[in-house]
Design a protein around this ligand. Structure first.
Ligand SMILES: C[S@@+](CC[C@H](N)C(=O)[O-])C[C@H]1O[C@@H](n2cnc3c(N)ncnc32)[C@H](O)[C@@H]1O
Length: 217
């Protein structure tokens, strides 16, 4: 399995990592209505979603491998007087008990590993979610030209990026069939395949909203 590598947030000036994603507002409202309380922001980065959910009264756990990301979030949550619990570690081994989260968001995170790694992360997500709990995950699509960068490919699906701010960070790519296989233990609510275009980039992602079904015995 490839070694994990955190983002160094001190090198990132892009404002979009400080403003919550559009989907997160919809999810917050939906999960509030469903009476969900315990929320995990997996790979929280600077914590834009941790703050959004904490402001609505969710019990927020924020988790990331990045020292400076975590420190910046700690400072922000403290200044806003919001009770965000923050832990550092690798998403392939989460420090939480089984079945404790009602809902989980991992936005542009879980693909920062290789093919074996992402399977492990998904097993961990399944373990920490409650039956009946929901997740929202984003995956990198094989539609991206960067997937064809064979010089830095380390397995059939994974490329190591060599540009700032992601030098040395693994990126796992997939397609619809791959997602269905990876998430076969879950119920899929919706998958969007979208091309996010900004002034200087364009990236295809699969955004997946799903559910850990309650087992009927
Ligand atoms: C693209 S950023 C997204 C941050 C945040 N989810 C957001 O939407 O603003 C990816 C984050 O995943 C974290 N990350 C990468 N590999 C990780 C790992 N193995 N375990 C935990 N976090 C990881 C990085 O440190 C970084 O903060």
């Amino acid at each position: 399995m490839v070694a994990s590598k955190a983002w160094e947030w001190s090198n990132v000036s892009d404002e979009r990592w400080r403003i919550p994603s559009e989907e997160s507002y919809y999810l917050r409202e939906r999960w509030e209505k469903q009476g969900y309380k315990n929320f995990l922001d997996l790979g929280c980065g600077l914590g834009r979603h941790s703050i959004l959910f904490a402001e609505a009264g969710f019990q927020v756990e924020a988790f990331d491998l990045s020292d400076d990301g975590i420190e910046l979030l700690r400072e922000k949550a403290h200044n806003l007087n919001l009770p965000v619990k923050i832990s550092k570690g690798d998403m392939k081994e989460l420090p939480y008990e089984d079945g404790i989260f009602d809902c989980l968001l991992a936005y542009n995170v879980i693909y920062h590993t290789d093919t074996d790694g992402i399977k492990k992360v998904i097993e961990e997500i399944e373990r920490v979610l409650k039956p009946g709990g929901e997740f929202y995950l984003t995956f990198l699509s094989k539609n991206n030209n960067s997937y064809n960068d064979i010089a830095y490919r380390i397995d059939h699906n994974t490329v190591i990026k060599m540009e700032e701010p992601e030098i040395g960070i693994p990126h796992f790519y997939t397609d619809l069939g791959g997602i269905k296989k990876l998430l076969r233990n879950f119920t899929i609510i919706k998958i969007n395949h979208i091309n996010e275009i900004t002034l200087n980039s364009s990236k295809w992602h699969f955004n997946v909203h799903g559910l850990k079904a309650v087992q009927i015995t």
